[in-house]
Ligand binder design. Structure first.
Ligand SMILES: Cc1cc2nc3c(=O)[nH]c(=O)nc-3n(C[C@H](O)[C@H](O)[C@H](O)COP(=O)(O)OP(=O)(O)OC[C@H]3O[C@@H](n4cnc5c(N)ncnc54)[C@H](O)[C@@H]3O)c2cc1C
Length: 255
């Protein structure tokens, strides 16, 4: 089985995001970077699929040279191959990103054979456009289901489970297939020391991304409003009890 997992380098969740003075980019000076949580689960799923069915997993990202870090992290967990589509200039909107990824997949498949399963995260942790996986699937004329919380491989097809508002949807889809994985499908493992050492030796293939700008234009990024919370001291010792009861009643937690 050949599995490809696409990941994106994003600022670590919870970090305070500052915008550059020109409003065109996130100021990365003091940020740590990681892979989006959905994609951490997609990487784990890729590794588990190979453990169960044999074959090999490849990880791919389009991003700056520093995204090598995210590729090697995936390699430290058991992904065999890594591909970086390096970008230096701005103007990689989601259409262009997806077109470049689809083009790279076509080239990889021409050289080494089709991927049975291509995994994406449900959405990225920073821009959250829900676009790239769907656009790549469409460009490759393959079926896609997003929001996947369970994958079982059968004979030439995949049974994919998706949580819906009213219950669970189950799809049987012929391979090759594209799936958008949702956090919670599994519990991602941590890398072992051996995994980390192996990851240093993995040769990261560099493939120049080829795609015209998609037509979207950045106007400006805006700083999100700070969330504030108020702490009210209701009193000290037993005399605070009545005030606490009032608050609990107000919140509707007392009958
Ligand atoms: C006008 C415009 C200009 C932009 N310019 C830049 C720019 O210059 N540089 C830049 O970094 N961003 C840029 N962005 C943001 C960038 O377009 C998106 O971050 C990117 O296309 C992915 O879209 P998304 O984050 O909404 O991902 P989603 O569509 O939410 O992602 C879904 C899944 O697709 C996969 N995926 C997403 N992005 C990548 C990736 N890069 N590599 C591999 N897999 C991926 C992941 O598995 C992810 O979980 C720009 C956006 C706009 C609108």
């Amino acid at each position: 089985m050949r599995v490809l997992v696409c990941v994106k380098r994003v600022p670590a969740p919870g970090a305070k995001i500052n915008i550059t003075a020109d409003g065109q980019a996130v100021d990365t000076a003091y940020l740590a970077f990681t892979t989006s949580p959905h994609e951490e689960c997609a990487v784990e799923e890729a590794v588990q699929l190979v453990e169960r069915h044999g074959g090999e997993a490849t990880v791919l990202t389009l991003g700056p040279a520093e995204a090598d870090e995210q590729l090697r992290y995936a390699a430290s967990l058991g992904v065999a191959k890594a591909v970086l589509l390096p970008i230096t200039e701005a103007d990689w909107d989601p259409q262009r990103t997806a077109a470049a990824i689809a083009g790279a997949i076509r080239d990889l498949e021409a050289a080494e054979g089709a991927f049975d399963i291509i995994l994406f995260g449900n959405e990225s942790a920073d821009s959250g456009g829900f676009q790239v996986g769907v656009r790549v699937a469409r460009a490759l004329a393959r079926p896609i289901v997003n929001g996947i919380k369970g994958i079982e491989v059968g004979d030439g097809s995949v049974r994919a489970r998706r949580e819906a508002e009213a219950g669970v949807e189950v799809y049987t889809i012929p391979m090759p297939v594209v799936l958008g994985v949702k956090e919670g499908i599994n519990l991602p493992r941590y890398p072992t020391m051996k995994g980390r050492l192996n990851a240093k030796k993995v040769a990261v293939a560099q493939v120049a991304p080829v795609a015209e700008p998609g037509g979207q234009q950045m106007v400006t990024l805006l700083q999100a409003a700070e969330k504030s919370s108020n702490t009210v001291i209701l009193g000290k010792g037993p005399e605070a009890a009545a005030a606490v009861v009032d608050v609990l009643e107000e919140l509707g937690v007392l009958k």
